[in-house]
Design a protein around this ligand. Structure first.
Ligand code: ADE
Length: 240
């Protein structure tokens, strides 16, 4: 997968170039093309923004440098604008995008885009109901969530199939040594060696975490008979 990012601040993107994603870049598992759309301006001062028609405070990012930067790309694939007014990004969107050959993100900064920039995009996507100073951090979050799903990025040890959201449930609690720390013990079942019991316990704890912290996710999920029974037990335990 090759990801293009149109940004005024390409230097911000170092977090994608270290750790697992960085290794993936080195190994050619994905590719990142950072394009500064200021390089596509034609005036001597390299302006990318101007005052809004109709008056008002602030500046508005102009369409021309962004359109020229887009036209310079070999393969743009799906074009995504990150903005608070977009639909909310989630794991399902990350999974969809991870199937694409190319993606192109357009990052705004400080100010809004000329409305006609939105016509250049296939999707407008937000990371939540809060406003950041620019689209760079949201873009990095979305790229991280998408690229980590590509084959060979997480390595053999971890599997994105067995984690939060992939089954519509939050993750079950995990423990490692020591078996007891400041009086807090690891649940006995996990050291029992009984794999069936461990799997059952994990399933129930994933349900419990979701019921307690994200009941909205449970409401969306179709529960099996076994899950319904577990949930009834959890509710009884909680009410005790
Ligand atoms: N740009 C500024 N705030 C944003 C948000 N919440 N999501 C996506 N892009 C943004």
């Amino acid at each position: 997968m090759k990801i293009n990012v149109l940004t005024l601040f390409p230097d911000m993107f170092t977090p994608l170039q270290v750790s697992m994603l960085g290794r993936g870049l080195e190994d050619g598992k994905w590719d990142l093309n950072l394009v500064n759309f200021r390089n596509f301006t034609t005036d001597v001062h390299h302006h990318v923004d101007d005052t809004p028609y109709g008056g008002g405070a602030g500046m508005v990012l102009q369409i021309m440098p962004i359109k020229k930067a887009l036209d310079s790309l070999e393969n743009r694939g799906k074009v995504i604008i990150t903005a608070p007014q977009g639909k909310t990004f989630n794991e399902e969107i990350a999974q969809e995008w991870s199937q694409e050959e190319n993606l192109t993100f357009i990052c705004g900064h400080y100010e809004g885009f000329d409305q006609r920039v939105y016509d250049l995009a296939d999707e407008v996507v937000s990371i939540g109901d809060y406003v950041l100073t620019g689209g760079e951090l949201p873009t990095m979050s979305m790229i991280d969530a998408t690229v980590r799903l590509l084959p060979g990025i997480l390595g053999n040890a971890a599997s994105p199939v067995d984690e939060s959201f992939s089954h519509g449930l939050l993750e079950y609690p995990q423990y490692t040594r020591p078996a007891e720390f400041e009086g807090k013990k690891v649940p006995e079942v996990l050291t029992s060696g009984n794999h069936q019991k461990i799997a059952q316990w994990r399933h129930k704890e994933a349900l419990r975490a979701t019921y307690l912290r994200r009941p909205d996710l449970l409401a969306k999920k179709e529960l099996t008979k076994e899950e319904k029974e577990m949930l009834a037990e959890i509710k009884a335990e909680v009410e005790k």
